[in-house]
Design a protein around this ligand. Structure first.
Ligand SMILES: Nc1ncnc2c1ncn2[C@@H]1O[C@H](COP(=O)(O)OP(=O)(O)OP(=O)(O)O)[C@@H](O)[C@H]1O
Ligand SMILES: CC(C)(CO)[C@@H](O)C(=O)[O-]
Ligand code: BAL
Length: 294
């Protein structure tokens, strides 16, 4: 596995690989790798000739009171895991390399950010879109792999790629879970023992919500999710929402897919989870244009 920290070297290496007709698969990460990340790399391995994994904890996507400084990092362990998963290149620039000065231009996301994490982490997706614009120019991937645990991110990245005409296929990959259903996440290490047990209720709340919707119980599902999470965890429920996907708007009969999403703040870790389902609300004919799920 090639280790690269400089942008110019990364660009040079990729242009040589592409010259010989190789397809490049890209897995952008913030490191502290787990099975979720590795599943993206393994998927990329099946579809691409050269697998590039990046590790960069992007300061631009963290708010002033968020956990940038204490985000978990372990580069030596990550190198070993990426190698075992079949990565060909590990690109890990430092902050100075990516942002030598205050950026003159940053990307601003207009849609798909008014709800969920975009609403609670204002500016977060501008930071994500800005760093991915840079990374796409540096790595020139044919395929880019993202986890659907961060489903709003996938929706925003698809918008970025469409609107800016990046020649990249965005591939959203299913969420890898622990045996009790907890979505794998680098931040899970910050859960206390008790919180770790409670955290399985995030995915439980999503499955319950789906069943409540299937039962035709559409009126109070979001509230019922909050109540369920408040009863089963000590965390603060930041949101529990049902929206159209990928638009992330209140669902209507025209919505093809729905996302059921939650965010819960524990003492040191803010966790998110979601499921994306067919629009089961269309079965519950009401004649109204907007389906009430609140
Ligand atoms: N459980 C998972 N299953 C599949 N993909 C995942 C999972 N967790 C993260 N990913 C994906 O890995 C990529 C890099 O994510 P990142 O490095 O931020 O890890 P993370 O575990 O999401 O960390 P965080 O604690 O910040 O949520 C993203 O595309 C993300 O969606
Ligand atoms: C895509 C990403 C690597 C951009 O910094 C980050 O948001 C993440 O890890 O999901
Ligand atoms: N995968 C999410 C990146 C973040 O929380 O900033």
């Amino acid at each position: 596995m090639k280790l690269i920290t400089r942008i110019k070297e990364m660009q040079h290496f990729i242009s040589e690989e592409k010259r010989s007709g190789k397809k490049v698969g890209f897995v952008p990460t913030m490191g502290y790798l787990h099975e979720g990340h590795l599943s993206l790399m393994k998927r990329a391995k099946k579809e691409s000739d050269v697998i590039v994994v990046s590790i960069f904890v992007n300061p631009l996507q963290f708010g002033p009171n968020e956990d940038f400084d204490r985000y978990p990092r372990d580069l030596e362990r990550d190198k070993q895991l990426a190698l075992e998963a079949g990565a060909d290149v590990l690109f890990f620039p430092d902050t100075k390399e990516m942002y030598p000065d205050e950026p003159v231009v940053t990307v601003s996301v207009n849609k798909r950010v008014d709800a969920l994490c975009g609403e609670s982490r204002v500016g977060h997706f501008d930071g994500v879109a800005t760093v991915l614009t840079k990374l796409f120019h540096i790595v020139s991937p044919d395929y880019a792999y993202f986890g659907l645990k961060d489903a709003q991110q996938v929706a925003v990245v698809q918008g970025l790629v469409d609107d800016f005409n990046f020649p990249v296929k965005v591939i959203g990959c299913e969420t890898k879970r622990e045996s009790d259903g907890l979505a794998m996440s680098s931040r899970n290490v910050y859960l206390t023992e008790i919180e770790r047990k409670e955290a399985s209720h995030l995915s439980q709340s999503l499955l319950k919500a789906k069943n409540w919707l299937l039962d035709g119980d559409s009126g109070e599902t979001e509230q019922k999710m909050i109540k369920y999470l408040e009863e089963h965890t000590s965390g603060f429920v930041e949101y529990s929402k049902i929206l159209s996907y990928p638009e992330l708007l209140p669902p209507s009969k025209k919505s093809k897919k729905l996302i059921i999403a939650v965010a819960v703040k524990f003492s040191k870790a803010r966790l998110i989870d979601n499921i994306i389902i067919d629009n089961i609300l269309t079965r519950q004919e009401s004649g109204e244009e907007t389906c009430s799920v609140h």
